[in-house]
Unconditional design. Structure first.
Length: 230
């Protein structure tokens, strides 16, 4: 409740309001810290519940994906703002652990919501990696899941990139090194016709989403409309 009471949409502007000239919206740092801390904490619960350890699997209904992906979106917004540091490094690990339970994110046609989240994750990673180099920290080691996301979003490059990076075709997630520990029951049904991929979503960059109330409305709409998103 604290996370959603302080969510970044509260600071977005309507399209008829003047936009800021600065690179970031005027969100107080105290608000950002609340969002960053609580989004991280909520996402850290996902592996605990999904792994089924200590009988916690009976509580997985508490992390419906609408709630889950909003928490992830808020975290990505805050990681993009912070860019570097130990907390950011931890965030990338948390995101990777969450994605390991949702292999749809690595499919080329997994649906508008998964496509948007994958695109934003790559956008934020590139922003953070560039900032790390500018600060003299060097280019960070790229997580396997970032390589896997690039693979499924650049199908024309797949044969050469897969050979160079050792990443298998994301259309076959059981062969993807990042997903190799998943059981067959965790993998999506390739014949599942409940995922709606017919409605394209023109994914805005993350800063545009953060600042524009209309973009938030559109984001919430695609989460509601994506058939089979559970």
């Amino acid at each position: 409740m604290k996370l959603f009471a302080h969510n970044p949409r509260l600071f977005a502007k309507n399209s008829n309001q003047p936009r800021l000239c600065a690179q970031d919206s005027e969100i107080p740092m105290s608000e950002r810290n609340i969002v960053f801390t609580n989004a991280t904490k909520l996402l850290e619960y996902v592996p605990l519940l999904k792994s089924g350890q200590n009988g916690l699997d009976k509580f997985t209904w508490l992390i419906g994906t609408t709630y889950l992906w909003n928490a992830l979106l808020y975290l990505l917004i805050e990681v993009r703002y912070r860019k570097t540091g130990p907390e950011v490094d931890n965030s990338w690990e948390v995101i990777g652990r969450v994605f390991s339970y949702y292999p749809e994110i690595f499919q080329e046609f997994g649906g508008a919501v998964y496509s948007a989240l994958g695109t934003w994750t790559l956008e934020v990673w590139d922003t953070c990696a560039a900032a790390s180099e500018r600060e003299g920290l060097g280019y960070p080691s790229t997580p396997d899941y970032i390589n896997a996301l690039r693979q499924c979003r650049r199908p024309s490059d797949r044969p050469s990139s897969a050979a160079q990076n050792g990443i298998a075709d994301p259309a076959h997630p059981t062969r993807n090194p990042f997903l190799h520990d998943m059981t067959q029951s965790q993998l999506p049904d390739q014949n599942n016709s409940t995922i709606d991929t017919s409605a394209p979503y023109n994914v805005p960059d993350l800063l545009s989403l953060e600042m524009d109330q209309n973009e938030w409305v559109q984001w919430e709409q695609i989460m509601l409309e994506q058939v089979g998103f559970n």
